[in-house]
Ligand binder design. Structure first.
Ligand code: MLT
Ligand code: MN
Ligand code: ZN
Length: 297
């Protein structure tokens, strides 16, 4: 299984266009700190890649990685489809950016598909431009593409709805973790860029995985309040923090897998490569994912 990390920032990116906080200002001064919206490209077979979450940066993310470039025919593209972990705008707005596609395969759970079709009206809006074929994201492992080596399944992790669909019906698969398994190599990945809870099914999948990449939006539960943009804690915002009694680091430290954090908010101290928190992560055997990383499983 070949993976390319296309981005590692939470909604807004790093820097966020309207933000002069220390993290965003630091990224403007030091371009190596820039992080695009969290996304992952997965090679489905020799010719096709799927993008996990289509972000507002998807055009630049494709251009930055030659394996995603079009060719040899003028309109041949290796980008065959999109897999969605949730319906949040930072993970879905990029679908509209792909409207020039001849066809697009989109895998999503029922509630996510419903939000995109009924709330964002993506089907109506994009219908005149391209053909989207919607596929349910299976809860039991199914081939990602027919005849390909990868199997995909979704593990429900939260019933958190996006703000634009806040009055939609609750369901346990509004937010899911993805499990990808390569039948040829035996390699397995768990990818969960949004985590409001750590259910037993996620623990079981993580315990068997070779690589686990999870929500690292906030370092600790009070970071959003300290930063002054909300009264809510990280957990109340639908993101388990990294550190603290209910932090995900405690979970990751007990795993055999290579463990990484993604979806870093611009307030997260990990945005600064010199931050002490990187030393703590290293002591715990955990990494912050970086844009452009290649992972082979
Ligand atoms: C989230 O991850 O909580 C959302 O993407 C927040 C947002 O709407 O930007
Ligand atoms: Mn987000
Ligand atoms: Zn900022």
């Amino acid at each position: 299984m070949l993976l390319r990390v296309l981005g590692t920032a939470a909604g807004g990116g790093l820097p966020q266009w309207n933000c002069a906080c220390p993290g965003c200002s630091g990224a403007r001064r030091h371009p190596q700190r820039v992080r695009r919206h969290a996304s992952l490209a997965v090679r489905a077979d020799d010719a096709r890649w799927y993008v996990v979450n289509a972000t507002p940066d998807i055009g630049d993310q494709i251009e930055s990685h030659p394996e995603l470039h079009p060719g040899p025919g003028h309109r041949d593209t290796p980008v065959a489809g999109v897999v969605l972990t949730d319906a949040e705008l930072d993970h879905t707005l990029g679908i509209a950016r792909l409207r020039e596609a001849r066809a697009l395969d989109v895998l999503a759970t029922g509630p996510v598909r419903g939000a995109l079709l009924e709330r964002l009206r993506l089907g109506d809006i994009l219908g005149p431009y391209t053909g989207i074929s919607w596929r349910p994201l299976p809860h039991t492992p199914q081939p990602l593409i027919e005849g390909g080596p990868l199997e995909i399944s979704a593990i429900p992790v939260a019933s958190k709805r996006p703000r634009y669909a806040a009055d939609d019906a609750p369901a346990d698969d509004w937010v899911v973790a993805l499990r990808l398994a390569d039948r040829a190599t035996g390699g397995t990945l768990v990818y969960a860029p949004a985590l409001a809870a750590w259910p037993d099914a996620l623990q079981r999948a993580a315990a068997e995985a070779d690589c686990v990449i999870v929500d690292g939006t906030f370092w600790d539960d009070h970071e959003p309040r300290r930063a002054g943009f909300t009264e809510r804690t990280s957990t109340a915002m639908g993101h388990l923090p990294i550190d603290g009694p209910h932090g995900t680091a405690r979970r990751l430290r007990g795993l055999d897998a290579r463990c990484l954090y993604t979806h870093l908010n611009n307030t997260n101290p990990l945005g600064d490569p010199a931050a002490e928190e990187h030393k703590l992560l290293a002591e715990w055997g955990i990494e912050a994912a970086a844009d452009g990383m290649v992972i082979e499983l």
